[in-house]
Ligand binder design. Structure first.
Ligand code: ADP
Ligand code: MG
Length: 390
């Protein structure tokens, strides 16, 4: 496969020694009572920091954490992340309790080669999410070059991802480069390409279906997403999750290669799990998983795929009664990905489900960025990548 893409990778930068680097990371990890509960995103970002340390850079790390909405809020401080990085690198990663200001400026200005400073949560500043040039300009003062290593938010037009590139020579970090190359492989995928889409966040997935309708051999639908298609075809959906906007889309959707579940596991009027054909759903039912005949039908396609992209659980897998469809699909995707197909899995809950099978290592690429992955594959604008990846 030939992928035509120019990536301004940090590996191509010259004379890095002693340079001050502004590193935009995605260290948006879950933190409870000052403890990091899942380090996945942090661990993913370490190779770029190691690379910069090897080149004797001075590193200023910036990240967002949660949604503090442009205001200071100690519940969203990134201090625990700086502390964790200090332990990982056996050196003081100096935490500064502001994003812009005198303290931040002085700390960045007084760094020695190989030192790391971490600034406070970018989203404490309203200028971040508003993509304010003035804010980006202030950030740019701390460094000689800028690195984006935060693929997970690169579909957002925020100052630390978009406006900042007007003020500093800009590069892709090692993680960003890896994520984009893998997604590009999936996009220019070998056929047959099988797309599996489920879950509940319907709006983002509509774009994915549109982006892939001419490329995918089959698009297999599941999860709450499929309910809209049942309803749009006049089928009974009982008390299942259906939303008006997506119903509209489903009605107008004329994608030939789209497959819908043929049976479901429902919670019946008494709340007990029952298997039903899709045309036999009752008014008191809630559809919560795909049924066994659907699993078999979908398995047939997954087993013949050369490329698989999966986003969105097939049902409410968090409940043991309704996990089987999702876990069966997860196992099928993982097995087929061991050498036979190029497998990509993205999305917060989808990756949780994949982890439950203990087969996550069999999948070729597990994407940290749910929304960003969908946006990228759907061919949407990626303000964070503009100018770095062409
Ligand atoms: P991801 O984060 O992997 O992109 P989404 O956020 O779109 O996935 O959706 C995940 C959620 O969808 C899960 O928490 C799951 O319980 C829920 N879900 C899937 N199918 C159904 C359904 N039929 N009814 C209700 N909830 C569902
Ligand atoms: Mg989700």
């Amino acid at each position: 496969m030939y992928i035509f893409m120019r990536i301004n990778s940090i590996k191509k930068a010259k004379d890095l020694a002693g340079k001050r680097v502004l590193l935009r990371a995605d260290f948006n990890v879950p933190i409870e009572n000052g403890r990091i509960k899942d380090e996945y995103k942090l661990v993913q970002g370490l190779p770029t920091i190691r690379f910069l340390l090897r080149h004797n850079c001075r590193i200023v790390i910036i990240t967002h954490l949660g949604k503090p909405d442009g205001k200071k809020n100690k519940d969203f401080t990134v201090k625990p992340i700086a502390a964790r990085l200090s332990r990982i690198f056996h050196k003081d990663v100096r935490f500064i309790d502001e994003v812009i200001g005198l303290k931040a400026g002085t700390a960045a200005g007084n760094m020695e080669n190989g030192e790391i400073v971490m600034l406070e949560n970018l989203r404490f500043e309203p200028g971040e999410e508003e993509n304010k040039r003035k804010f980006a300009k202030e950030l740019a003062k701390y460094a000689d070059i800028y690195i984006n290593d935060a693929f997970g938010v690169s579909h957002r037009e925020h100052a630390s991802l978009a406006a900042i590139k007007n003020y500093l020579p800009s590069y892709a970090g090692l993680l960003l480069e890896k994520e984009v190359l893998n997604l590009e492989k999936a996009r220019h995928a070998a056929n047959p390409l099988i797309l599996i889409i489920g879950g509940a966040k319907i709006k983002t997935k509509i774009r994915l279906i549109n982006g892939f309708k001419n490329k995918a051999y089959r698009i297999l639908l599941g999860g709450a997403l499929a309910n809209n298609f049942f309803a749009s075809r006049g089928l009974e959906t009982g008390k299942s999750l259906v939303d008006a906007a997506s119903l509209e889309f489903a009605r107008g959707c004329k994608v030939k290669n789209l497959l819908l579940p043929i049976d479901a596991v429902v919670a019946d009027a008494d709340g007990s799990p029952k298997i039903r054909s899709i045309n036999r759903i009752e008014a008191g039912d809630t559809i919560l998983d795909i049924g066994p005949r659907t699993i078999r039908l979908y398995a047939g396609f997954i087993k013949r795929a050369a490329t698989i992209f999966w986003n969105g659980p097939m049902g409410r897998f968090e409940d043991p009664h309704y996990k089987h469809g999702t876990l069966a699909i997860a196992r099928l995707v993982a097995s087929r990905s061991t050498g036979k197909a190029f497998g990509v899995v993205g999305g917060g809950e989808t990756v949780e489900a994949l982890k439950m099978t203990r087969m996550i290592d069999d999948v070729d690429f597990v994407s940290t960025g749910g929304g960003a992955t969908l946006a990228y594959l759907g061919g949407e604008k990626m303000p964070g990548l503009k100018g770095i990846i062409n």
